[in-house]
Design a protein around this ligand. Structure first.
Ligand SMILES: Nc1ncnc2c1ncn2[C@@H]1O[C@H](COP(=O)(O)OP(=O)(O)O)[C@@H](O)[C@H]1O
Ligand SMILES: CC(=O)OP(=O)(O)O
Ligand SMILES: [Mg+2]
Length: 399
């Protein structure tokens, strides 16, 4: 059975076509820098021998335009993997915010769509895009089942003392103001891989997802017990364009100087983080700036790494011990220097990185700690699409 998975992030769209239940990927693709004139699509056909890659560069205005190009590639008379839309039996969608309603994946009904829409204000960079992708997929594949897999679901195991803010109770009970946490599909996937790698189902883990959005999760025995994003994906670590943690009083101060609520929202979500500190949000560009001697880039990288180290300390305390740190997502998997900087000076926690192992790139799971390090340091490529395909298949099997 063919399941198409659509993973729309804030600036990218990733997709994979799987033959389920064998987990076999037939094609995989990525669109990056959506919303710019330098967008590009990389579409890899894995059934060809050797694998064939089709690349296109140019302007892609938004996720809708991007997804339409993906559908053309899938249905292309020469290189397409499907000849009729009905070959795809289900479409699994990443949906970032599921509120408290969804602790697991679900079939998309009009009521589910309405809930996703009601959560737009809480995930303004994500839920509207996820909703658009669902609309397009329903239209393009009218006979396929549509399934939503939520970033928030994995974090529904957090204890109340971790997910509640110190605010009047009615703001939680009536208005749903609490920590939800995000990137749950990725944290779940890599923490399960780590537990298998360690041979320890009850492992104490800190999962560090560093993409455009960045978050960390403390995982004990396969369950999320705390996470760095909060009510929205704006809290916690320094990100590509998001500030992460700031003193809320800054917001009132800005508003007293003439910022509107919308201005502050745009400032913190789109003009802050690495973008605000350096003028660029993509870590590869920031690394180039650093090489060229840019002092703002050096400081921004220090702030980015320092924030991660603070959360490692906090989560080691919350877990009362630590078996492994996991680095994942674009920056976590690829940025050797950032992993080195994060782990430097954590030897009191028995976290000891091996610089040589850290600098070797290879596919699959890698252990980059010294052999005498009590805490393992793992690089685990995330695969949110595979996790979404598996959860979607499970939903279909149960219905
Ligand atoms: N080789 C690399 N070195 C450093 N950063 C990288 C590298 N490859 C990708 N990245 C960074 O990873 C980030 C994107 O990560 P990704 O997980 O794809 O994000 P998202 O899913 O949020 O779009 C970008 O900041 C990009 O610069
Ligand atoms: C929730 C979130 O921040 O997602 P992304 O990293 O894909 O923007
Ligand atoms: Mg992502």
């Amino acid at each position: 059975m063919y399941i198409l998975v659509i993973n729309a992030g804030s600036s990218s769209l990733k997709y994979q076509l799987f033959d389920m239940p064998s987990d076999k990927p037939l094609c995989t693709g990525l669109i990056e820098r959506i919303g710019t004139n330098e967008a590009f699509i990389k579409h890899k056909i894995l059934t060809a021998e050797p694998a064939q890659t089709i690349e296109r560069k140019g302007s892609i205005a938004d996720h809708t335009a991007g997804l339409q190009q993906v559908l053309q590639l899938l249905l292309d008379p020469d290189t397409g993997l499907i000849h009729s839309v009905d070959e795809i039996k289900a479409v699994g969608h990443r949906v970032v915010h599921g509120g408290e309603r969804f602790a697991s994946a679900t079939l998309i009904t009009p009521a589910v769509k309405e809930t996703i829409r009601a959560l737009f204000p809480l995930a303004p960079l994500h839920n509207p895009i996820n909703y658009q992708c669902i609309d397009i997929a329903e239209h393009t594949f009218p006979n396929a089942q549509q399934i939503a897999v939520f970033d928030t679901a994995f974090h529904q195991t957090m204890p109340q003392y971790a997910f509640r803010y110190a605010l009047p109770e009615s703001l939680y009970t009536k208005d749903g103001i609490r920590v939800y946490g995000f990137h749950g599909t990725s944290h779940k996937y890599v923490s399960e891989q780590a537990a298998v790698w360690l041979g320890k189902p009850d492992a104490k883990l800190i999962s560090i997802h560093l993409g455009n959005g960045c978050s960390m999760t403390a995982v004990r025995a396969g369950q999320s017990i705390d996470t760095s994003m909060g009510f929205s994906p704006l809290a916690g670590l320094v990100m590509g364009t998001r500030s992460g943690d700031v003193d809320p009083a800054i917001i009132f101060h800005l508003m007293s100087t003439g910022y509107s609520p919308d201005d502050v929202n745009t400032l913190l979500n789109k003009q802050s983080g690495m973008q605000g500190l350096t003028g660029q949000s993509d870590m590869r560009d920031i690394r180039k700036a650093l090489e060229a001697g840019d002092r703002a880039a050096a400081l921004a990288l220090d702030i980015y790494a320092y924030r991660i180290r603070k959360y490692i300390g906090a989560y080691a305390a919350v877990l009362n011990g630590l078996d492994a740190l996991i680095f994942t997502a674009g920056v976590g998997e690829n940025d050797t220097a950032m992993r080195e900087q994060v782990c430097d000076g954590l030897d009191f926690l028995n976290i000891n990185l091996d610089s040589e192992k850290n600098s070797i790139h290879s596919a699959g799971i890698r252990e980059i700690n010294r052999s005498d390090s009590a805490v393992k340091i793992l690089v685990i490529p995330t695969n949110e699409e595979l996790e979404i395909a598996n959860q979607s298949y499970a939903v279909l099997s149960a219905n």
